[in-house]
Design a protein around this ligand. Sequence first.
Ligand SMILES: NC(=O)c1ccc[n+]([C@@H]2O[C@H](COP(=O)([O-])OP(=O)(O)OC[C@H]3O[C@@H](n4cnc5c(N)ncnc54)[C@H](OP(=O)(O)O)[C@@H]3O)[C@@H](O)[C@H]2O)c1
Length: 432
Amino acid sequence: MDKLNIGIAGLGNVGSALIETIEENKIYFLDKAGVEFNIVGISAKTKNKKRNFNISNYNWYDDPIEMSKNDDFNVIVELIGEERGISYEIIQTALKNNKHVVTGNKALIANHGKELFKLASFHSLALSYEAAVAGGIPIIKTIKNSIKLDKIKKISGILNGTTNYILTKMQQDNMTFDDVLKIAKDKGFTSDQESKLDIGGYDAAHKLTILSTLCFGSNLTFTNNHVEGISNIKIEDINFVKKLGYKIKLISESCLIGNKISNFTSPKLVSIDNPLASVDNALNAINIETHHLENLFLEGEGAGGKPTASSVLSDLYDISQNEKFDNLGFKIDNLQNFEKYSAENAINSYYLRIMTVDKPGVLSSITNNFSDFEISVKNILQLPENYESIKPIPIIITTHNVQKEKLSNVINKIESLEFVKEKITVLPIHDN
Ligand SMILES: NC(=O)c1ccc[n+]([C@@H]2O[C@H](COP(=O)([O-])OP(=O)(O)OC[C@H]3O[C@@H](n4cnc5c(N)ncnc54)[C@H](OP(=O)(O)O)[C@@H]3O)[C@@H](O)[C@H]2O)c1
């Protein structure tokens, strides 16, 4: 196609940036790619809201569903972002009416994508979603096209900019989680509603669900994820792990273990030697291990109007160039319902902070318990002798690889000792 007639539903951060970019570069796109991006119609909730472009240049639709049915369009871009509701209806209506769809909606794809991809495949249409994972980083096309035939062993990374900003700021400015969250809200990085998905790890897990489908041919099943957010991360842990040569990052990772899918999103210690540790503030990064590539590392802006609009543009360009659409990188009928890998079987090394009374014999009693359970201790953090600001005192231990179930048993045992004063803080250590 040398001309796309586009309808855009949702004119917020991404929708507005997309329109601005197309308005500014229409001639450049035509000259460079030979494609005309012709925005025909637009729709949002409130018509008379101030926008950074002139809405009278386009046909306004109060009802985006009407726009999705209209034969004036061959592509509908959904940038509203409801997990189901109107967003689902727009996409379903557009596909049923023979229109390609581009969306940035990870929550919808992760939770309800299955039936929509079936519909797209049935009608031989594109349902494209580069913007749904890691904003401006071209991760979907890298997996689906560039390394399509290279078998993937594992994918891991930092998939949520807000949580990465919070953890970075806590570490750099020695601030508590609550104080940094307030700044993130004031700066507009996250709202009250969004922060539940961001902080709780769910936004990253939505993206991981999509990546695990692309990498391993797993059916889109959000319930396959183990999800833990960052709200329990304490500034003292950030400072202790720094002494051990680590940073705390919210890491999402997916791989197949036997015939089970292992999808974890949780805060982890990342060694400062690992490139992921240098991914700070609101940046995202993804590492892919394949049979041919030890580490393929992509880093960039994971959010924001312009970076995300760049991914939408790239999907629009692909639609103009292709006749066949390989939306998921696997034939839709070949996707599999993998069993979920149990968290208790997961093998990791761990960081533990044990708060105890300061008296002789405590440390040996704790290490004896580790020996009794045959768990090998890697490091014990020696605190300065005049460490007096917190009572009880912390004992920091890192372990070698151990099965979570075995670790839980020793933790239960140690927590029952009379000199242990708090629930033990346990964080896994990222190992690649
Ligand atoms: N922002 C990012 O950095 C980013 C990054 C990656 C992916 N995404 C995804 O991209 C999508 C859009 O994000 P965004 O940040 O641009 O969202 P946003 O700024 O909140 O904009 C949402 C837009 O949807 C419109 N809208 C809401 N309800 C509607 C309805 N019932 N009918 C028609 N329009 C409706 C709003 O209209 P009004 O303008 O009239 O209020 C607004 O224009 C989401 O799926 C998001 O997850 C965003």
